[in-house]
Design a protein around this ligand. Sequence first.
Ligand code: 5GP
Ligand code: MG
Length: 188
Amino acid sequence: MKVLLNETDLHAGVSRLASQIDDHYQGQPLTVVAVMTGSVVLFADLIRMLSLPLRVGVIQASSYRGQAKAGELSVDTQMLLDVRNRDVLLVDDIFDTGRTVAKLMEVIAVQGARSVASAVLLRKCRAHDVALRPDFTAFEIPDEFVVGYGLDYRDQYRNLPFLAVLEPHEIDANTDGVPANGAIYPKP
Ligand code: 5GP
Ligand code: MG
């Protein structure tokens, strides 16, 4: 596992993101919506750095990439709070193809939000599938599979305090998430 962003880098990036959001909304009340589950760590850090009157909520999106229904996205709005006539900021971990953020912004707009913007920790340097770009981005990263700081590989690694790129030998379709070297929580 190769560390891409350490705890200091991440703290600085999230703090930059918070300043941009504070500057943009100028003290206006904001409804911040976390995309479960990847944005949990970012969300907890980000909302504590914002100096706006906040309401917080969550929305869930799961993609079926790599499986039979590749590209399909299932959205669960059961835990979404009332967004009618609210300014909403959607917070996700990573903008890859861009489909998740684009779809969820549309879902929130349909529920009657006054405005919908998006903030992501990471944007992959690649061609995206959608024309939209996140309104606020902390880091642009190479097009590699990353884990940690909320991001998982087969439900593991979300609790790593840093962001890392998995080595090819750690990505094994037959290990059910346990890396070949057995080191589940390696030190950076
Ligand atoms: P998109 O819809 O933009 O292609 O993908 C967004 C979702 O795919 C993210 O919320 C995340 O769950 C997952 N994803 C995309 N790239 C990565 C990655 O490098 N690592 C991990 N762990 N998840 C990723
Ligand atoms: Mg996600």
